[in-house]
Design a protein around this ligand. Structure first.
Ligand code: DHB
Ligand code: FE
Length: 282
């Protein structure tokens, strides 16, 4: 009945949200970046998903060191934008899909994937920047969004393999929902970046390109990649890329790449973006 039909990954750099919110998206620095997302906006406008599952990480906005869920599923009716220090972003409130979210929670837990259920949560740039990039600036988001927050901020984050298997469990959960919903899944974060310390500003184009390639060519390599390799090759915040493997796991074993975009720099980060569809290469 319901199914996950497409997967989209994108970086979620906060400066992108600030550029949009302060009317700077047409400046020479930002224009090429936003141009690279036009195909995704067209793709989603044609696909018209009924629901989006948005995999992201909270950056100490809703959670803190007091409470660190590894995987947290947003089951609320709405999720307001968080104040990250400059007031909440002037973007629409994110409307959830409690019925599907609770179904997913039940399916995951009975499938022995014990996630945290969240009934009240503000969402930060990790979630709102991808919505802005992929849907554009609008008065209301075009469909309900189910947030899935992953801890990649405080050691130990989940393994890439665990993330991939969670993606598979999400697919089973959605497919057992008794209503004909077209679901898209977004994986966010990355690509290579390090925000602090002696290697701040690290960008590894070769690593990022191979990661984009292997989402469709050699998923097994990515799924087996240990944390230390992300850290060494993609910088300390490059570990956000494990979230892309949840998106990847929720698709067929064989996928085709519809579109990709890679851009340096945005803030001090490499921006990566890819659209994948179920099924083998055409
Ligand atoms: C920055 C923050 C992020 O959470 C991220 O994923 C990339 C960049 C930043 O502060 O520039
Ligand atoms: Fe981030």
């Amino acid at each position: 009945m319901a199914d996950i039909v497409a997967g989209i990954a994108t970086s979620h750099v906060p400066a992108i949200g600030a550029a949009l919110d302060t009317g700077k998206s047409g400046t020479p620095y930002w224009k090429p970046l936003f141009a690279g997302y036009q195909p995704a906006k067209d793709y989603l406008a044609a696909l018209k998903p009924d629901v989006v599952i948005l995999v992201y990480n909270d950056h100490a906005s809703a959670f803190s060191l007091e409470l660190i869920p590894t995987f947290a599923l947003g089951c609320a009716a709405e999720f307001p934008p968080a104040d990250e220090g400059w007031g909440p972003r002037p973007v629409p409130i994110v409307k959830g899909h409690p019925e599907l979210a609770w179904h997913i929670a039940q399916s995951l837990v009975l499938d022995e994937f014990d996630i945290t259920i969240v009934n009240k949560m503000e969402v930060d740039h990790g979630l709102t920047v991808p919505l802005s990039l992929l849907f554009g600036q609008m008065d209301a988001w075009p469909c309900p969004v189910i947030p899935l927050a992953v801890n990649v901020v405080q050691y130990p984050p989940p393994t890439g393999h665990r993330c991939y298997m969670l993606g598979k469990a999400l697919r089973r959960a959605v497919r057992s929902f008794d209503r004909p919903l077209k679901v898209a899944i977004f994986g966010t974060g990355g690509m290579s970046h390090q925000l602090q310390g002696p290697r701040a500003g690290l960008i590894n184009r070769d690593f990022d390109t191979a990661f984009l390639d292997d989402l469709s060519r050699d998923t097994a390599r990515l799924v087996a990649m240990p944390h230390i390799e992300y850290l060494r090759e993609a910088g300390s915040e490059g570990i956000e890329l494990v979230m892309w493997l949840i998106m990847r796991g929720a698709l067929d074993d064989k996928v085709r790449e519809i579109y990709r975009f890679y851009h340096v720099p945005a803030s001090n980060t490499a921006v990566g973006h890819i659209i994948l569809e179920n099924g083998a290469r055409r």
